[in-house]
Design a protein around this ligand. Structure first.
Ligand SMILES: NC(=O)c1ccc[n+]([C@@H]2O[C@H](COP(=O)([O-])OP(=O)(O)OC[C@H]3O[C@@H](n4cnc5c(N)ncnc54)[C@H](O)[C@@H]3O)[C@@H](O)[C@H]2O)c1
Ligand SMILES: N[C@H](CO)Cc1c[nH]c[nH+]1
Ligand SMILES: [Zn+2]
Length: 430
């Protein structure tokens, strides 16, 4: 694994972006391809979806919508033990997300003046659930539950079909557990375009959420404006801060957990201890040979597996804030002590006994998280993503009269007489 020795003066965003290969490429091939896909879906609707599914997922679909019978069948076929796990995870996810609910509020700010904010669920949302090898039933719960807690009325879920033209049965079982019934067998950029612009079969949505590979993340970026999106949730990332007191076996296992997702996933270790860096590097090589997805992992580690050796723990934190990782594990002793200094991370895992996959599957916080440095300005998927707000304003006659001159003066300064007239007609003889 590539090792970098960084001194304090090296900790500059542009340096780190170069090392991480996060430099914007104007000839971005993925973006060019995704633009074409979106245009064709806008023009040809379902026919484009079927054609792209044949090209990318290698399967010819006769229908895009999953039937109720398919959902029931998948649910019945799933081992009861796994349904219980889904139910238990669902319970944890609901409990966590209920804490995010924002209520409508209004209060009398001064006599006869009531102001407030009305919170309303977004009418219709689209959830993306990645295909992946075994599908992502956990993402069904993570995408759907906050939408339901927010009170969204209409929810469509899309996911790529498998080689038999079916949706993975664990995804359907998770959808049944979550209570999602509108499901389409389409993924990638074409699925995102369908949700944004609508096709004969798929009615357009107001907002698209959920993670996916680089094609999905790029398509979400490009349809933003026609619809809202949650964030850029692309290939997974893990960054671990550890020192000599930490176990290299744990660190390597945690790094490999995210490398396993995708050839473009990233795994970083930041440490003050060079001998730990070398132990982790060897341990990664040893453990990956034992894993079934070793070919993907090798590519991911080759592309984006990096170890940074820094001089102090303070530098480690500064570097982590520059990287702004999706997942940050703080393994050092007294991890809570460092929490205040972490500025940018999608999710923060504290201590040696909180490996990242606990958050992927079970703890309750959302696993749909900002990647590629976007945790500098984005948050985990949450109930807040599924609501919008309207301001509430009420003035009694007397209260309006008290402030009439100020409003009229503002209107005059901006040259908007019609604005000022709305006040004048109420208080002056016509
Ligand atoms: N950030 C998060 O919160 C989060 C959560 C879960 C998963 N993930 C990420 O989601 C991703 C899942 O990726 P995946 O590939 O398994 O599933 P995916 O559903 O995201 O992508 C599969 C689709 O990509 C499209 N595609 C593949 N090759 C293409 C090409 N050459 N041209 C155009 N389109 C192409 C196809 O339409 C295919 O159906 C991983 O990167 C994983 O790390 C991220
Ligand atoms: N680590 C992913 C988020 O980046 C979520 C996930 C789902 N299943 C396994 N992992
Ligand atoms: Zn994961």
């Amino acid at each position: 694994m590539n090792k970098y020795f960084l001194k304090k003066q090296d900790l500059i965003q542009s340096n780190i972006d170069k090392i991480l290969n996060r430099v914007e490429d104007e000839n971005n091939k993925v973006e060019i391809a995704v633009k074409d896909i979106i245009e064709r879906v806008k023009k040809d609707g379902d026919a484009a979806l079927i054609s792209y599914t044949k090209e990318f997922d290698k399967v010819e679909l006769s229908q895009l919508k999953v039937t109720d019978e398919e959902i029931e069948e998948a649910f019945k076929q799933t081992e009861p033990g796994f349904i219980r796990v889904l139910e238990e995870a669902k319970g944890n996810i609901i409990e966590f997300h209920k804490c995010q609910v924002q209520e409508t509020w209004k209060k009398e700010f001064s006599s006869g003046v009531v102001l407030g904010q009305k919170v309303t669920p977004i009418p219709r949302v689209g959830l993306y659930v990645p295909g992946g090898k075994g599908g992502y039933p956990s993402t069904v719960l993570m995408d759907a539950i906050p939408a339901m807690v927010a009170g969204v009325d209409s929810i469509a879920l899309i996911t790529p079909p498998n080689s038999e033209g079916k949706v993975n049965s664990d995804i359907l079982a998770a959808a049944r557990v979550a209570g999602i019934t509108e499901i389409y067998k389409v993924g990638g950029a074409q699925g995102i375009a369908a949700l944004a612009y609508g096709t004969e079969t798929i009615p357009a949505v107001n907002k698209i959420v959920g993670p996916g590979n680089i094609f999905v993340a790029t398509a979400k970026k490009l349809v933003f404006g026609k619809v809202d999106i949650d964030m850029i949730a692309g290939p997974s990332e893990i960054c671990i801060i550890a020192n000599s007191s930490n176990n290299p076996v744990f660190i390597a296992a945690d790094m490999l957990s995210q490398a396993e997702h995708d050839e473009m996933a990233s795994s970083f270790l930041i440490t003050t201890d060079e001998s730990l860096a070398d132990k982790v590097s060897l341990e990664v090589e040893r453990q990956l040979e034992l894993l079934p997805r070793k070919e993907i992992i090798k590519k991911s580690i080759q592309n984006n597996g990096k170890i940074f050796v820094v001089e102090t723990l303070e530098d480690a934190i500064e570097l982590s804030n520059i990287i702004a990782p999706e997942h940050l594990e703080i393994m050092v002793e007294e991890p809570f002590h460092y929490l205040d200094f972490i500025k940018n991370a999608g999710a923060i895992f504290l201590g040696e006994y909180t490996p990242e996959p606990v958050g992927d599957y079970f703890a309750g916080p959302n696993h749909t998280l900002p990647t590629s440095g976007t945790s500098k300005f984005s948050s985990p998927l949450g109930v807040y993503d599924f609501v919008k707000k309207s301001s509430i304003i009420f003035y009694e006659k007397k209260s309006l009269e008290n402030i009439k001159d100020q409003v009229i003066q503002f209107a005059q300064r901006e040259g908007f007489d019609a604005h000022g007239n709305t006040i004048k007609v109420r208080f002056e003889e016509n």
